[in-house]
Design a protein around this ligand. Sequence first.
Ligand SMILES: Nc1ncnc2c1ncn2[C@@H]1O[C@H](COP(=O)(O)OP(=O)(O)OP(=O)(O)O)[C@@H](O)[C@H]1O
Length: 256
Amino acid sequence: MSSSAPPAISARAVTKSFGRLSVLRGMDLEVRRGEVVGLLGPNGAGKSTLVGAIAGVVPGTGGTILVENLDPSRQRDGVSRVLGVQLQHPVFHEALTVREILSIYSRFYPRPWPVADLLATVGLTEQAGTRSGRLSGGQHQRLALATALIGRTPVLVLDEFTAGLDPYARERMWRCIEHLRAQGTSILIVSHSMDEVERLCDRIVVMRSGRVVADASAPELIAKARTNDARVATLTEAYLSLTGAGSSDGTGGEQR
Ligand SMILES: Nc1ncnc2c1ncn2[C@@H]1O[C@H](COP(=O)(O)OP(=O)(O)OP(=O)(O)O)[C@@H](O)[C@H]1O
């Protein structure tokens, strides 16, 4: 891809507060075209808030966000044509079947993934006629991923897309992402799985308390953490070292 092409996603100095809680505190993140980037951070660090801001569904966000040079807060229609998003807790109409939900989503895109093919890809063929309210947790998660993929958009943002999936389904989804990556799709993956980001991502952004604490490849992150602690040998150990071990103590926003 030409180096002059704008990034798939560019977030600069992004801020967001909920009342007195400052959740994003000058967050920077870039996903270049064709790149797969992982976003890691403790519970409450602000990852899903950033995903919502990129999707244009978090009002009152400061800083600059561009998706393929489009502003999600002002150019929602344009952004929705280039960006597929899986939110962390999507809600579907419980009375609609899996096939009906995907058929509705497919109408928003000019060249959607054929529903039957997509059902096979995410392993939901047998549940095509099942109402979404009757799906198991993992099946609901597969449906959520399918709604993000159906537009065959050049940019994807996936928020914990394999959470709750069995190992077989997880492997299947990882292969699907590898296939999309090979086709040049630009992807941001929010995850708590070190295996997942190590396997899929070219680069990993680690955030804490609404800011970036590291942005590098997995081997670079390990090397960086090792300069402070020579015992660091794995990505998990590097992550714990970079974010402060045992840091799931309200490590999200800070009161202003
Ligand atoms: N709509 C909202 N109103 C008030 N506070 C919110 C809202 N959405 C998120 N928050 C708060 O913002 C902080 C960051 O939440 P966010 O969901 O972005 O974290 P996260 O990094 O995605 O966490 P996790 O890993 O647990 O999914 C949390 O303290 C959360 O309670």
